[in-house]
Structure formats: C-alpha cells, structure tokens
Design a protein around this ligand. Structure first.
Ligand code: NDP
Ligand code: MG
Length: 423
C-alpha cells in the first residue's frame, strides 16, 4: 500500500512545491516510454553527479550512443577539475557546481563557448525541470540527491535513478509524485534493472517473490570476530564492482542490500515479505523474479554499470552499446548462498525498514551516512555502523505517513543522534 497523498512541500523543506493533479497513473516500472525514434534529434540528458563513478560511466554511454543522447547539463559538487574536463568534452548548455566554495575556484574564461555556470542545489533543481531536458540521470550520492531527483520527477521527467537513497528516504512520496506528473523512475541500480527486466516476463499478480542478489562484499567469508578489526582500505576493496566510496562501504556491511530492499519495496510496490536476498559472489546474475508457477527469470551480465545505465536511458529500446558481454565460451561457476544475518545484521534492518515504511528508511539511511563517514574518517569500527543504525531505527519517533518535512526533520535527528552516540 502506498502512503496517502501528502507530497505538498511546506516552506523551508528546500524542495519545490508541486500542485496535485487529478490524473492518476499506475506507477508500474513499465508505465513510461518515450525514446527518440529519430536520431537526428538526440535526447537531452542532465547528468547529476557526473564527476562520480556512475556519472562517468553515464558519459561513456552517451559518448558511444551514436547521437541518441546529448548532454544538456553536467553537475558536480567539488571535483571541479574533472567537471571542467567533462564540459570541454561534452559542451553542455549548463554546468552546475553544487558546492559554492568549489564553484568560486572556477576562473573566468575556462568554460567552453555556449556553456553557462550555475551554482548551488536550488539552481540545479530549477534547471533539471527545464522543458529542454528529456532524461535526468540521478547519480549524486546520498540524501543530497533527493532535492534534484524530486524536482525532476515533479516536472514529469524520466529519471534514470542511481541515487537509491531518494527512494529509501521518500519512496512512497516520490512514486506518487511520478504517478501524478507523468514522470517515470527507471532504475540504474543493477539489481533493480534486472528486476525491471524480469518483471516484463509476466503479470504482476503472477509474481511470487523477487530476490535481490548480493556479492557479499569483501568480508563474505570473514569471521564475525575479525570484523571489528577491518580497515578502511580492506572495506574499500570490493571484489567485483568498482564504485564510489560510500556505496563500497555499504556493500562491505551489506547495508547496500538493505537500502536496495527498501528501494525495491517502493519502486515496484512489492510488500516486504515478497522480497528476499541471496548472496551470489560472482555478480553475474543481477537479480531474479520467481513467478507463482516456480519459474525464475533472471538477468545476467558481467558487472558493468554501463549496461543498466544504458537500459535506463534508452528504455524501452535496446541497442548495441559499450557494456561488456558475458562470455559463454569460457568456464564459469555461479554460486548462491543465503546471507548470514548474524555477521551482516544490516540486511535484517533493511527488511525491517521495508516492512515498516514511514520514516524507518529515512532514519536508517541518515544514520548509515553518518556512520559510514565516521568509519571512512577512522572514527568508528566497522561493526558499529550497523549497531548505530539499529539504535537510530529503534529510538526514533516513528511516523507512519510522513510528509517530506517529517522525513527531512528525522533525517537531521538521526544524524545528530548518531554523532552524539559516537562521542
Ligand atoms: P561517487 O562517490 O563516485 O560520486 C558521487 C557524486 O555525487 C559525485 O559526482 C559527487 O561530486 C556528487 N556529490 C557528492 N556530494 C554531493 C552533494 N552534497 N551535492 C551534490 N553532489 C554531490 O558515487 P557513485 O557514482 O558510486 O554513486 C552515486 C549514486 O549511485 C549513489 O547513490 C549510489 O548508491 C548509486 N549507485 C552506484 C553504483 C556504482 O556502481 N557506483 C551502483 C548502483 C547505485 P564531486 O565528486 O564533484 O564532489
Ligand atoms: Mg546495486
């Protein structure tokens, strides 16, 4: 069940107000489709978080799209040098720097002709809503991605969503907003891309359950006792995926799977008891849908984010792109094992937050962001991340049907509490 319509954003939330419309549209993953049939007119893409891992892969997909896509807007936070290089290569109409201090380091005359600089998250939220924008790639990391993703959905855009934190925090509100505005959220997260594809094999009432695969991260075989001593470097060394630091730590704790359970809960409107996790160390099977007759439909491919990015940008079309292909001419072994909830309690927290809904996801996410940063800074031991998240979830004043302001308030509450507990 979706939460009731409470998406009007009170003043001070930092999020644009959207007038409710009478139209209702079923928020299925397959509800939206509009790709350029005529490649003489490329779809204009806004790439949010272009300086990050997903952002850079997105630009590779666009560069090899043979004119299907063009860059309208690039947005980075602090990596100004990389952003300027991207601007020279892709010549966007807009270059957005969300961090004003970083923007101030950009000298005059360094932007390519035809590119204008805009500064700050509010300007970003305005620019993604512009009529010229056809696709928005939401690849800012963490809760910072919510405002611009919300603005894009509010403007009825098709959003290729990597920023899972948006749905973890405010899934029901975002999906309801999309249903009202005609916007669409197409997942970039590889598991959700796999599920999105596998759901095309049957009717929704034929789905028995959805199983997310997890690599198990770098500590899949480590003893529980040894986890207290793991270092930042060990945790940042993911066995199969190359990603930004925050999600890499999330993969090591398996909090990433917790966030993905919540993401799937809202993206596909599936109850938590229809969602499961299986550990699959090779990261070839990206997730599975089991239908009522016992058929299991999976999507396979080497671990390469360019494929789900391309799928989300081009959906519902497919074309031969730059992603690596699975090699069936050599020998492979695919393993599956249940997650160890004792060593990786984060998975349990994800199930709990997906089942509870309300503010549980936002609080889990905020506590996790604070704890992960503390671990990366050397201020927190690895197992403490899940412990602090569990405490925040247990102690927070739960709100079953929150507004965006409630969500932002509890996000701030959780961050403050976690910081206090770490002192
Ligand atoms: P990175 O750390 O590589 O990149 C993060 C991006 O966000 C950078 O462009 C960074 O800008 C920008 N950014 C950071 N803080 C802010 C802020 N406060 N305001 C605006 N922009 C900010 O992360 P990833 O690319 O790995 O991940 C991005 C998102 O995609 C995350 O939500 C992650 O969970 C999700 N995702 C990633 C996958 C992957 O394979 N990497 C797979 C599935 C999902 P700058 O560098 O200029 O400071
Ligand atoms: Mg994923």
């Amino acid at each position: 069940m979706m939460a009731p319509d409470r998406t009007a954003t009170p003043a001070g939330s930092g999020l644009p107000h959207v007038a409710p419309s009478a139209g209702t549209q079923e928020a299925t993953p397959l509800a939206h489709s509009r790709l350029n049939a005529d490649r003489a007119v490329p779809l204009q893409v806004a790439v949010l978080g272009s300086t990050g891992s997903i952002g850079q892969s997105t630009l590779e997909v666009i560069a090899t799209s043979e004119g299907r896509f063009a860059v309208h807007l690039l947005c980075g936070h602090r990596s100004v040098g990389r952003l300027l290089e991207q601007a020279q290569a892709f010549r966007p109409r807009w270059l957005v720097v969300t961090d004003p201090e970083a923007a101030a380091t950009i000298g005059s005359g360094v932007l390519p002709a035809g590119t204008e600089l805009a500064v700050g998250p509010d300007r970003l939220a305005e620019l993604v809503a512009a009529p010229e924008v056809d696709r928005v790639v939401s690849a800012i990391v963490g809760a910072a991605g919510l405002q611009s993703t919300w603005a894009a959905v509010a403007a009825g855009k098709t959003v290729a969503l990597a920023n899972k934190e948006t749905l973890v925090m405010a899934g029901p509100l975002v999906m309801q907003l999309a249903a009202r505005t005609g916007g669409a959220v197409v997942p970039v997260d590889s598991e959700h891309s796999a599920i999105h594809q596998a759901l095309r094999s049957g009717r929704r009432d034929e789905v028995h359950r959805v199983i997310l695969t997890a690599s198990g991260g770098p500590f899949r075989t480590r003893s529980r006792e040894s986890l207290a001593a793991v270092t930042r470097e060990e945790a940042l060394n993911h066995p199969t995926w190359s990603m930004g630091p925050k999600i890499t730590i999330d993969s090591a704790t398996m909090m990433n799977k917790a966030l993905e359970l919540i993401e799937a809960r809202w993206l596909f409107d599936l109850p938590a008891d229809q969602l499961g996790v299986v550990v699959h160390p090779q990261s070839i099977v990206h997730s599975l849908v089991e239908y009522v007759d016992g058929s299991v439909i999976a999507q396979l491919g080497p671990p390469d984010m360019k494929l789900p990015i391309q799928y989300a940008l081009a959906y519902p079309e497919r074309y031969a792109g730059p992603a690596r292909r699975f090699d069936f001419t050599s020998r492979h072994q695919l393993e599956f094992e249940p997650p160890d909830l004792d060593r990786f309690p984060a998975v349990r927290l994800g199930h709990e937050a997906a089942a509870r809904g309300g503010t549980a996801g936002a609080v889990l996410n905020a506590a996790n962001e604070e704890a992960v940063q503390a671990f990366l800074d050397g201020r927190l031991q690895f197992p403490q991340i899940a412990i602090l998240c569990e405490r925040a979830m247990a102690e927070h004043p739960f709100e079953p049907e929150p507004t965006l302001d409630d969500i932002l308030r509890l996000d701030a509450w959780a961050r403050k509490e976690v910081r206090t507990w770490m002192c």
